[in-house]
Design a protein around this ligand. Structure first.
Ligand code: WTA
Length: 647
């Protein structure tokens, strides 16, 4: 878990309350607390939201629930892209901006809904011309440029499930995801801007595709200005060449409510990342409903979510939710500290951002950088703030409230996961009295509880979700068994998210962090197993065990305990080499912060590495129970050495 004991105690005695400002509450999309009771008939509640969308054919049943498999809005026909774009073209939204994009160097592009329709339609026709058909998978490996959204929406338009891979992932990570999804087409760019340099996406893609026999076409968007770019004849095509003269009108495919919209890979406790499958009708219904109500979106809002489209937050709350709601979405390509640490606040000022959604790790970085950065800009149009991705410590919450929100913006701390597709636990900004550090309560229609291993209700334990919800994952791509085992085998018919939580006397939920071997580093999920496999692939490494250690900005950082081959001694050079090795095997987000070489790792008598003890060492805690160890001396000597090294 992310919090240490002292932080946890402080959290649970948090008594500060923040009621919505009266003028906010009066105008809020949801202002009546009775919404929770009304949503007790959760099928009717969600059906009400589904009615707001355009359906080519209405559903026959709201929910078919054969645990653990759900079908929502069964029999209904719709198209997600049609709902995100075409649905807005007959009214005043047509000529309102859908996308306000800014590149890291400062270049800008804006698209009205009508222009977005043309861009997406053209992209969809290009994919069709390449032979992409309904059901074919398309991999997307792009920087945060408008084409990332166009490509996703184009796939949705023609019914081709997309698999977006974060641009920071390595060629190997990209190749694994392409192969697992068996994608036919890869959409990438020559490069993208990050902190003043160009990330060479096409070069990475080439190394990946060398391992991907199923890829027939690579579509390359010109962004980085890289010249020359290696283009393989017959396989690689510049997007602007393919799109030249192509019509912007493309009919939207009629999709079944349960057809796949996308696959998105996320880290688990074992093995390779798993492909989380999201479908069409239920997913869109929930992201639409939560976008409108949690972010209180009105037509004149300027909404900015700082996530990357490579993560689920980018899927649900940059692209699908906000566009379905007809919002004006700000999208930014680069780093928050480029060219200086005021970049986000300058953008908030320049675009008049009203709703701002970011991660606690970013807020903690802003705190460290100092109040003078936001202080230098006019943030007066902000009216609502959000956070997602990891527990927010009350100190960061208060800073966000005071320095960014000027004590007048509600904060929505939203708990959800790649698997849940949409927000599950959150304040409703017009009615909830928020508390710093609490995600408050389940969204209307969602039912959560806390359980122990025996399935008994407890005040502190595992978070559990007791009813199906529309945007739930439907399976793991190609591995339904893993779907059943990972999420549905702990208790009967109840979903296990892998988080620990506590409920207080007022029914507020306090999410404490992962209870499994998944780390949350700067809001990114990383499986300890993935990092360990990368380490043992290095010829010098015999064994590796990876744990999380508390980090002031990132929440958690990666600590690796490593034994070396053939009695080799570790040194600074090897430490640097192993860190670089992991970064290049998985991606820079997985780079270990600390590596400790050990002669031996603490193991049980049956040979299992005792990660819990390593976690105690990395956290500087007293060692827990060591009686089951094969050799208790191993762990004490490791602890001494770790402390000597880390201070
Ligand atoms: C954690 C990101 C506390 C949690 C949308 C979850 C949070 C994992 C919060 C999912 C929050 C996300 N408070 N913890 N508000 N939001 N988490 O799949 O551990 O990248 O299981 O989805 O992030 O991460 P994922």
């Amino acid at each position: 878990m992310t919090h240490d004991r002292a932080a946890l105690d402080a959290l649970l005695t948090e008594k500060r309350r923040f009621a919505p400002p009266p003028e906010f509450a009066a105008a809020a999309v949801v202002s009546d607390p009775a919404v929770y009771e009304r949503a007790e008939d959760f099928e009717a509640f969600w059906a009400g939201w589904a009615e707001e969308l355009d359906w080519f054919r209405k559903w026959d049943t709201v929910l078919e629930w054969n645990p653990p498999h759900a079908r929502w809005f069964d029999g209904g026909k719709l198209n997600v892209c049609h709902n995100c774009i075409d649905r807005h073209l007959d009214g005043p939204r047509r000529d309102r901006p859908a996308l306000l994009w800014e590149g890291e160097p400062g270049d800008r592009r804006t698209f009205t809904y009508a222009e977005l329709a043309q861009q997406v339609g053209r992209f969809a026709n290009v994919l069709r011309d390449l032979g992409v058909k309904k059901g074919d998978r398309v991999a997307i490996y792009l920087p945060m440029i408008p084409e990332a959204a166009f490509a996703m929406l184009a796939c949705a338009r023609i019914g081709a499930p997309h698999s977006v891979v974060f641009g920071g992932f390595s060629p190997d990570s990209l190749a694994d995801r392409i192969n697992d999804a068996d994608a036919r087409v890869l959409i990438t760019a020559d490069g993208g801007h990050r902190r003043g340099t160009i990330v060479p996406l096409k070069a990475n893609a080439d190394r990946a595709v060398a391992r991907c026999p199923g890829i027939e076409h690579v579509v390359v968007v010109a962004r980085g200005g890289l010249d020359p770019v290696d283009m393989v004849a017959g396989r690689d095509h510049w997007y602007h060449d393919l799109a030249d003269g192509v019509d912007g009108d493309c009919p939207a495919e009629v999709m079944d409510a349960e057809d796949i919209l996308y696959i998105l890979y996320t880290s688990g406790t074992t093995g390779k990342p798993k492909g989380v499958v999201h479908t069409t009708g239920g997913y869109l219904t929930q992201v639409h409903a939560t976008t409108k109500t949690v972010f209180d979106l009105k037509d004149d809002d300027i909404y900015w979510c700082t996530a990357d489209v490579g993560w689920v937050t980018g899927h649900s709350y940059i692209v699908y939710g906000p566009l379905a709601a007809g919002a004006t979405v700000v999208m930014y390509e680069g780093a928050p500290d480029w060219p200086d640490k005021g970049r986000f606040w300058k953008m908030c000022q320049d675009y008049g951002v009203t709703v701002f959604y970011t991660a606690p790790t970013a807020i903690r970085a802003f705190m460290q950088w100092g109040e003078e950065w936001p202080g230098g800009y006019d943030l007066g149009r902000l009216r609502l703030l959000g956070t997602v991705g990891e527990p927010i410590n009350p100190e960061a919450w208060m800073w966000y409230h005071r320095v960014i929100g000027k004590e007048s913006c509600p904060i929505v701390d939203t708990w959800w996961q790649t698997e849940t597709g949409g927000i599950m636990i959150t304040p409703l900004p017009g009615i909830t009295r928020t508390r710093p550090g609490s995600a408050c309560r389940a969204f209307p229609g969602i039912e959560t509880t806390l359980l122990n291993d025996a399935g008994e209700t407890v005040d502190a334990g595992y978070l559990a979700i007791t009813r199906p919800w529309p945007s739930m994952l439907r399976t793991i791509w190609g591995d339904d068994q893993r779907y059943r085992e990972t999420y549905w085998s702990k208790w009967d018919g109840v979903y296990f998210p892998g988080d620990g939580a506590k409920i207080d006397e007022d029914g507020y939920l306090w999410i404490l962090g992962r209870v499994d071997d998944v780390l949350n580093v700067a809001g990114h999920r990383i499986g300890t197993m993935e990092v360990e496999s990368a380490l043992v692939e290095h010829p010098a490494v015999a064994e590796a065990a990876v744990v999380g250690k508390t980090h002031a900005v990132k929440g958690q950082a990666i600590a690796a305990f490593v034994t070396l081959m053939g009695g080799r001694e570790g040194d600074e050079a090897l430490t640097a080499e192993l860190k670089a090795h992991v970064a290049s095997a998985i991606g820079p987000i997985a780079r270990p912060e600390a590596i400790l070489f050990a002669a031996d790792l603490p193991k049980t008598r049956s040979g299992k590495i005792m990660r819990r003890l390593l976690g105690d060492i990395a956290a500087g805690r007293a060692l827990g129970d060591t009686t089951t160890l094969a050799d208790p001396a191993v762990v004490q000597s490791l602890k001494d050495r770790y402390e000597a090294k880390e201070g």
